[in-house]
Design a protein around this ligand. Structure first.
Ligand SMILES: Nc1ncnc2c1ncn2[C@@H]1O[C@H](COP(=O)(O)OP(=O)(O)O)[C@@H](O)[C@H]1O
Ligand SMILES: CC(=O)OP(=O)(O)O
Ligand SMILES: [Mg+2]
Length: 426
């Protein structure tokens, strides 16, 4: 019997939820059938907006009030889905069999986990290392366990895709006794998206994923770059936490680590937003929540920044381009120049034509070049080739879909997940 899968992607500025039905006689190679997709965006730039699509019905961006957190967004969307008469497959909460949750920091977990008390507690312990993400995702898991007691709640980790990064890349050159004891290493994030992207490029180029070599850029409210060699993560720009690497909506990205001690004398003190469940210092608060585009321009909306000629916006735009280019060239050399494509994904990567133009211009000496018209007009396809005809290397836009990647995972791993659910209190 077809089963209903709810796939929940809690980002730092948005919650995206898709509803799927498993096909009849599903196998691990089957693709879940999407019934509806809802998102609430702009959590860091209120009012939040709702988008919804089901068949031909769509809501393009309706302003909604009083949605202040990822949990509010989850409850709102679930209510919207169950009340939609055109979605009879999900009329009651009991109709949902699997609820997939994107969890950004999964520590050493190499793959998805059914969320029982122990897993929940372990993810909670990692909250300090993903202050914008793990706690909001867990608030959704808690709500989901109460509202959907019959569903199997599964955590999919952003960090898991990067388990293949070799030790000389994931090790920081610091005292190894402390590093090992406190598990201080590069983990990397946006992995569910990079997994989707790797498969999409393989399908597009008719290659097995194990032959895919790409430089992928997931650019959203949080932004990162990933060097994917033979279908596996070789390196990525985020680190122990999602703060490292590229700047984001409210995040500084990499800076000189000494800077904070000159910025404020209370860098090491607990921040006011620390709670019993999450301990973060003043420094972490400033660099995660009060930096990035917000600190430079006053807005977290990169769409607004790219369309403006204001000096602050132009500076923010140039900083982003500079930091992105700083990753593309080294990753190109790590791949020995054997590159299938440079890939743009995420809210800014998919919608920011001007940013793509500037980034590709910054790496044109490597052999990348854009077709101006294709770059302006990407449609609904999963993969859009925007490279100039005679470019040495391809440039692609990929509409990444973390929700679909998680739902596919359910069909691949369902036996293990059902076993884990049976073994634990799930
Ligand atoms: N036309 C556009 N050009 C550039 N950036 C855009 C455009 N539209 C939206 N964005 C940006 O996309 C970002 C959100 O990306 P998304 O990947 O959905 O976020 P999240 O990190 O919460 O998952 C926001 O900074 C938003 O301003
Ligand atoms: C890991 C991360 O930064 O995620 P997001 O871009 O969704 O905030
Ligand atoms: Mg995201």
């Amino acid at each position: 019997m077809p089963e209903i899968i709810l796939s929940i992607n809690a980002g730092s500025s948005s919650v995206k939820i898709s509803v799927y039905k498993s096909p009849n006689h599903a196998t691990p190679d089957s693709t879940p059938i999407q019934l509806a997709e809802a998102s609430i965006e702009g959590l860091t730039a209120p009012p939040a907006t709702l988008k919804y699509s089901r068949g031909d019905k769509s809501i393009k961006g309706e302003e909604i009030q009083d949605i202040k957190s990822q949990e509010d967004a989850f409850r709102y969307i679930l209510d919207h889905l169950t009340k939609d008469d055109g979605l009879p497959e999900l009329a009651r909460h009991e109709d949902i069999h699997f609820a997939c949750h994107r969890v950004v920091h999964g520590g050493d977990y190499p793959h998805s986990q059914v969320i029982d008390k122990e897993t929940f507690h372990h993810i909670e312990e990692l909250s300090d290392l993903a202050p914008l993400h793990n706690a909001p995702a867990l608030s959704i898991v808690e709500a989901s366990s109460k509202i959907l007691p019959g569903a199997i709640n599964v955590a999919y980790f952003d960090s898991a895709f990067h388990a293949t990064i070799p030790d000389y890349i994931h090790t920081y050159p610091i005292d190894q006794t402390v590093a090992k004891k406190n598990k201080l290493r590069k983990y990397g994030f946006h992995g569910i998206s990079y997994d989707f992207i790797t498969h999409a490029v393989g399908t597009y180029l008719s290659k097995p994923t194990s032959d895919v070599n790409i430089i992928a850029l997931h650019l959203g409210s949080g932004a990162s770059a990933c060097c994917i060699k033979a279908g596996k993560s070789l390196d990525t720009s985020m680190g122990l936490t999602p703060l490292a690497g590229l700047p984001g909506a409210t995040r500084s990205g990499s800076i000189d680590p000494s800077l904070m001690f000159h910025f404020t004398h209370s860098a090491g003190k607990p921040s006011r937003s620390s709670s019993e469940k999450m301990h973060i210092t003043e420094a972490e608060e400033i660099l995660n929540k009060k930096s990035g585009w917000k600190s430079l321009t006053g807005t977290t909306d990169f769409g607004q920044i790219s369309g403006s000629e204001r000096a602050e916006d132009v500076l923010a735009f140039k900083i982003f381009v500079d930091r992105i280019v700083n990753y593309v060239a080294p990753y190109f050399t790590k791949l020995n120049g054997e590159v299938d494509a440079l890939v743009f994904a995420g809210g800014i990567g998919e919608r920011g034509a001007k940013l793509r133009t500037a980034v590709v211009d910054g790496v044109k000496c490597l052999g990348f070049a854009l077709d101006g018209e294709k770059n302006e007009g990407s449609g609904d396809e999963v993969v859009t080739d925007i490279s100039k005809k005679d470019a040495r290397y391809k440039t692609l836009i990929i509409k990444t879909d973390e929700q679909l990647q998680m739902a596919k995972g359910v069909l691949i791993d369902r036996e293990r997940l059902e076993r884990e659910k049976g073994a634990g209190s799930g």
